[in-house]
Design a protein around this ligand. Sequence first.
Ligand code: ADP
Ligand code: MG
Ligand code: MG
Length: 899
Amino acid sequence: MTKYVYDFSEGNKDMKDLLGGKGANLAEMTNMGLPVPPGFTITTEACLAFLVGGPMPEMQQEAGVHLQALQEAMGKQLGDPEDPLLVSVRSGAKFSMPGMMDTVLNLGLNDVSVEGLAEQTEGDTRFARDAYRRFIQMFGKIVMDVPADAFEHALDDAKEKKGPNAQDTDLDSDDLAGLIERFKSIYREHTKEDFPQDPKEQLQLAIEAVFKSWNGKRARDYRRQNKISDDLGTAVNIVAMVFGNRGDDSGTGVAFTRDPSNGERAPYGDYLPNAQGEDVVAGIRNTLKLAELERLDPKSYGELLEVMDTLERHYHDMCDIEFTIEKGKLWILQTRVGKRTAFAEWVMAYDMLDEGLIDEDTALLRVDANRLEELFKRRVAEDAKRREDPIAAGLNASPGAAIGAVVFTADEAERWAKDDGAKVILVRRETTPDDYHGMIASQGILTSAGGTNSHAAVVARGEGIPAVCGAGQVRIDFEARAFTANGTVVREGDMITIDGFDGHVYVGEQPLEESVLEKARVGDARARTEKIWLAFERLMGVADARRRLRVRANADTPEQSSNARERGAEGIGLCRTEHMFLGPERVAAVQQMIFAETPEEEQVAYDALLPLQRGDFVGIFKAMDGLPVTVRLLDPPLHEFLPDLTSLSVEVAVGRERGEDVDEQEKILAKVRQLHEANPMLGLRGVRLGIFKPGLYAMQVRSIIEAACEVRFSGGDPMVEIMIPLVATAPELTQMRAELEPVAREILDREGVQLSHLEWGTMIELPRAAVTAGEIARSADFFSFGTNDLTQTAFGFSRDDIGKFVGLYEERKLVPANPFVTIDVPGVGRLMRIASDEGREANPALHVGICGEHGGDPASVRFCDDLGLDYVSCSPFRIETARLSAAQAVVGAFASASA
Ligand code: ADP
Ligand code: MG
Ligand code: MG
């Protein structure tokens, strides 16, 4: 027969599945000998069985046996008219879960036992009656769904009768007797039944209500939102009551063994004298700081500190505790490993490592790689937050704070930022891929529509730009070049401050606090003495020693490269060359190349571009001296370097109408039309460009190798990897290599230079390439997974447009997570595994990495470790995240206390 009920002495902390988090930890503390009131737990299995099959006589009988034992332990009987036992009924699932049924306190009281309780509490009739009216109220509201207002109104009436500003505490024993009668009739009105006088009936109704609350709407919504399974069920804890509301030598509180906001090793919490649990939550009175308890009741305070210490040493982690003091006697009512901020988790892990409470591997698993980036961001200063009211609030879409002048279009953002060096905040209803150039020129982004998966949010997070999205109160009037938010008018050019940590928007320039870690990172000596930096240095050192994967950066310029190197990058996994074709002097040459009618004309253009590109590569090779640099030959469709078809057509038409000379523009238009593609993502790009314009890749190779020679001459060690994008078939790569390798060799021979490392490889970013990787690997020294395109082409989703529907896809569980953020393991991941396995089988010397956005995503890094890749490559600001994730992949599963 299944065992459905466990006494606290029978369980332990590892039984969360069966006993729920609260029950498992109550059992653990009981067995540790801590002062927990006796009680028992009805299992999650009982809940699930009840939800399927209805009332369960065998469970009830088992609970009856445990109740009997509880009564014996307490020397009191439930419902005893002389000396009644009272209990609380508390829900508790595996994960702490808002939306589950609230706790019912003081169960067991009725018209008779309330008098017995008064007797037992030295004739404190007021206390007993107050307990009874609270019980009717809680039971009515929580178990029977009586509207809370009905009781509240009756309570307000009673207080009003006592005089203006009367408090609950002003009601005397007689007032409470009246209130009890009033509450009972409210109960009757709404339930059509009398308030149950039989404590066993009270208990059974309460237990069943907890079970049913598992399937309540609030609980289901919460589980969907937080990706918690519907099949867990909740446990029910029945706990003997202790009373914090028996005078000034009693009270109730919450305590943390360390400060959950900054991690400091000092007890932290709140205390409320003469109060029952729900008073703290209800915020009826202001709580005291926990430290005040030392003055009020030094003995209990001392005991509490001891309990905290015992718990920390037992759980090897920071714990939070709910406690009650009844007439000078301390009781512990709950504990769990406590939630903490991203900042605090580093400080705590470092301190605990230092104290010998945990080992290095455990410390590594205590810090959340997903939240690491936050630690480097600026914040709005605390005192400003206290002083200023936000004018609007939206979703915290991308962390960090930003200040800037308001602009309403991407073009303006770019112009203001570039031409005037202004700091701007781009404010839009929502953003589209056409806004990208303006977004990356902005300090921050504010949208009035869209969620945390909107285009704005996804791009902002990807680029590390603070963003607030979906701030519904922001009404933009494009005509007036202004927006209003809750009555405040903000015009173009006005300064605002946005806080991507909490989604708040402020007018004016609010003071910001630099992140200590960022200051320390760039060399600030004082910041380098702070605990958070010491913690960061120490744990990252451990991470680097543990990880197997190398970490490279995606960097396109010398500045980005040296920044990445400072952050610990061990090379460049993706150096895109497209920006080397932009800028006024270069675009002219690029257009000349595109329009060339003869090879000679084309060569003129290449000759103009070559020295410019060579200069860029010299800087990058110097910054990455002695480390590999993977340069990708030109990838985007050529039309990106030409004017937009529609606007050019209009321009030509208008010019012709006016009788202007539009010959030149017409020539361009004809070329633009010729190059126009219905589906540029699937068009003339990647290696196809190299094949279509044979001189193009040769020119790039020439500038790369010449740059390498130059760096070599100045005593450097450039390590060159040339990468050909978007290969689908093996011959594409073989033929390109046959064309390009002689170009390189010729220069090296001419200059008499030998490079320590020169390799040729390809991106694997098309499904066809992945499944024929064995063949492709025979002509490749390396593979690099371009998981952005691989995801686009595997799903047939356009990355630029996915923001419109990915939210719905995630909500309906059509995809496990946004596949552009976290690698889709069963699909894209399978392609990667095929490519990496078959590639290495065909060519054992092949080295394999990843350069898509996924290279900086913790879950994806873990997968890459599992695949046995050689390295991941990611944006410079994600390097630390990748280093940590790579170590965690080796050490074990991240045990989040923050989730
Ligand atoms: P939650 O999951 O919302 O924290 P709990 O079941 O922990 O709900 O109950 C909330 C509060 O009710 C507790 O912190 C405590 O103050 C009070 N409480 C619960 N059970 C008892 C009890 N047996 N005796 C005294 N107070 C209790
Ligand atoms: Mg609790
Ligand atoms: Mg690509």
